[in-house]
Design a protein around this ligand. Structure first.
Ligand code: SF4
Ligand code: SF4
Length: 689
């Protein structure tokens, strides 16, 4: 007889079963509803497009646990254990529905229990329980004794480990007592049957065995219900929220920055607030991200800012924002007496005690981010850190006029000169490099299919101008028909956008798009990955849809077509550094390596941190112009250590910022004689001679 069919203290077991379920489920729904309402405090954002693709993307991430398996490294196999726990727990979850819900709660035990199906299912669960227990022991040792830097020994984690262990133990105990009480002697399920054999021989009376079974059964049920109540109240909320986050993740570019309508600038008496200064200024998706965080710390140990001693830790930013939402959010919810006017964020007059920029996330943290994307790449639950940081910067810059001095200079230059550089030799303005090379400089009513977009750094900084000249010679040699904008070219707007100066970016983007259209340009070649990413992924939101090609893609293609031949031997040992905006942002990993590996006698060495786990040079996110926090290691100085470890004589970059950063780092190390930084196109030109 199912324990639910028995009577306890004069009350039917069914009654107790459903009352307990109603209490636990009620608590679950109550919390869930609160979290949902808090999430709805966020601004609107449409993530309900392409539903079919979203479902597919979610299933691919969740069912095979690609979300955690993608984070496996030689030194960190935790993702494998997590995937195994997920699959095992899914099996247990289904068993709770069948053997506890349907069999117990709905009185179907006579149909479901004591059947071959039960024996087979419980046998699988037995093996899973044993393996899960081993994984739990390993996880506990790892988190509380060995403690890799990414893990924190929290009480929450201990509670969950204990709860999962109780579920495993109670499952086996339940089978053991059940079989022993019924006098069943089989070999399956293995653990349960072995325990039953031992209990049968232990001399316990029939009544004790039956009582034992009931106690274990109800305890098991209570732990399952406790789990249901506890999950939405702990960091294990991520179990549910991460599934939703996989559904709502960006399907296109990895970093989605929303435009600010320029009309907002003209709102009366500066009443408009830009970016994010309050928790409810984030979008609902940003708030869902906070629930999804598993506090695994992968972002923390891969963040170049954190690894070089800055105050920024992406994990802590997300954690603190979540705590802030849970603390202040309830007071922002509209109450019954104060019905929502349709805009929940305006419904409450209460001001949160903490200011978000300052108390929750500091300005130091906000300006330390290079927007390298390492955090997003390793995050198993698809959290979008970067746009939160950019939104905070937008508020500092646009609403509070607060930014580091070095950023102010860069932004002033952009406004006044159309580019971020000051006091450098201006090849772009001199314009003579184009006449030497017989390059078509677009003017008036010219029309050209392919534009070589030189980029500010490539046009204005002497070291990078050399690479630009090499690029034009390579293009000419391959017979590529292209034009340049010469003096008419301004910045693409990327540094302004990453620094939060959105209006400057938008104005530049719109002007550039208009100019591209006026010359009938269809295709744009860039050398700078930042320009590449901006024109390719961000201009379309302003009506600029062009085919954008990074020069590494083009050169690889020209080599494949036989239009470029790399025949010159290079007796050099090279390594390639993946620029974040080319690699992680755009997944261009293969082409630069193909090019380098096709050069005769050039020996290629891969750095340990490469491709999607590559390490930033420190120049992105506007940090090319912003001073790194004093007293900390420069990101480029840490990256050059990776280069030095390979023992190469040349580090190759495909980005003008990286090139500058490496030259500085090599100089800092005093290795100018033994280690060179070169742009990939310079290497290509050498190999062509
Ligand atoms: S984008 Fe890069 S620097 Fe910024 S928080 Fe993420 S890992 Fe750190
Ligand atoms: S943000 Fe992502 S990577 Fe960072 S701690 Fe949270 S779940 Fe882990």
């Amino acid at each position: 007889m199912s324990p639910v069919s028995a009577t306890y203290w004069g009350m039917p077991g069914f009654f107790i079963f459903w009352v307990l379920f109603a209490i636990a489920f009620g608590l679950f729904v109550k919390r869930f509803y609160l979290l949902y309402r808090l999430m709805c405090l966020g601004k609107q954002e449409n993530r309900f497009d392409r539903i079919g693709e979203r479902i597919k993307a979610m299933l691919v991430e969740v069912v095979p646990q690609w979300c955690t398996l993608k984070t496996l490294t030689r030194n960190d196999l935790a993702g494998l254990a997590h995937a195994f726990l997920f699959w095992s727990f899914s099996l247990f979850f289904i068993s709770y529905i069948i053997f506890i819900g349907l069999a117990g709660g709905f009185g179907l035990s006579s149909v479901i229990e004591r059947t071959p199906f039960e024996t087979v299912y419980f046998s699988i669960l037995d093996i899973a329980a044993l393996l899960v227990t081993l994984v739990l022991i390993a996880a506990a040792i790892r988190r509380y004794i060995i403690r890799p830097p990414r893990l924190q020994p929290t009480a929450e984690a201990a509670i969950i480990l204990m709860m999962v262990f109780s579920l495993m133990a109670l499952h086996v105990l339940g089978v053991g007592f059940d079989h022993a009480a019924r006098g069943v002697h089989t070999s399956w399920p293995p653990l349960g049957a072995a325990l039953a054999g031992w209990l049968s021989k232990s001399g316990l009376s029939q009544a004790t065995l039956e009582t034992g079974y009931r106690v274990v059964w109800w305890l098991h049920y209570l732990v399952i219900l406790s789990f249901m109540v506890y999950i939405p109240r702990s960091k294990h909320l991520h179990i549910l929220a991460s599934i939703a986050n996989a559904f709502f993740k960006p399907l296109g570019p990895k970093v989605v920055l929303e435009p600010i309508p320029l009309e907002a600038l003209e709102s009366p008496e500066g009443s408009a607030s830009f970016g994010v200064s309050k928790i409810q200024d984030f979008t609902w998706k940003d708030l869902l991200d906070l629930y999804a965080c598993a506090e695994c710390g992968r972002c923390h140990i891969n963040c170049p800012a954190q690894l070089t001693g800055k105050t920024l830790s992406p994990r802590e930013v997300i954690h603190h924002l979540k705590e802030h939402l849970l603390e202040t959010g309830p007071s922002l919810l509209p109450t019954k007496a104060e019905p929502s006017s349709g805009n929940q964020t305006e419904a409450s007059a209460e001001t949160p005690a903490k200011t978000m920029i300052g108390d929750v996330v500091t300005e130091g943290e906000i300006w330390a981010c290079t927007t390298c994307g390492a955090c997003q790449e390793v995050c198993p639950v698809n959290i979008e850190h970067i746009r939160k940081i950019i939104e905070l910067r937008r508020n500092l810059v646009l609403s509070q006029s607060k930014m580091p001095e070095s950023a102010q200079l860069m932004l002033r230059n952009m406004q006044q000169r159309g580019h971020p550089w000051a006091g450098v030799q201006s090849m772009r303005l001199r314009g003579d490099w184009t006449s030497d090379l017989d390059i078509k400089v677009l003017a008036d009513s010219d029309s050209v299919n392919t534009l070589f977009w030189v980029g500010c750094t490539g046009a204005l900084v002497e070291r990078n101008v050399n690479a630009t000249l090499a690029m034009t010679r390579v293009l000419k040699a391959a017979g590529v028909d292209f034009g340049v904008l010469g003096e008419a070219e301004t910045c693409c707007g990327d540094p302004a956008r990453r620094a939060g100066y959105e209006f400057q970016f938008q104005m530049m983007a719109e002007q550039n798009i208009e100019m591209f259209k006026s010359f009938n340009i269809k295709e744009i070649i860039t050398t700078c990955p930042h320009c590449y990413n901006t024109i390719k992924h961000e201009y379309p939101k302003y009506g600029g849809d062009f085919k954008v090609i990074h020069y590494t893609e083009l050169i690889a293609d020209l080599i494949n077509q036989g239009k470029l031949k790399l025949t010159n031997q290079l007796n050099s040992k090279l390594t390639y550094h993946d620029p974040c905006y080319l690699g992680r942002y755009n997944s261009v990993y293969k082409e630069p390596r193909q090019i380098l590996q096709s050069i005769p006698r050039a020996k290629f060495e891969e750095m340990e941190r490469s491709k999607d786990t590559g390490f930033c040079c420190g120049g992105g996110g506007g940090l090319m112009w912003i001073e790194e926090q004093p007293g900390t290691t420069k990101v480029s100085h840490l990256r050059i250590e990776d280069v030095i470890k390979t023992g190469v004589d040349t580090v190759v970059a495909a980005c003008p910022y990286c090139l500058q950063m490496f030259e500085d780092a090599i100089d800092h190390k005093g290795m100018k004689e033994s280690l060179k930084a070169k742009d990939l196109v310079e290497i290509v030109e050498e190999a062509m001679k």
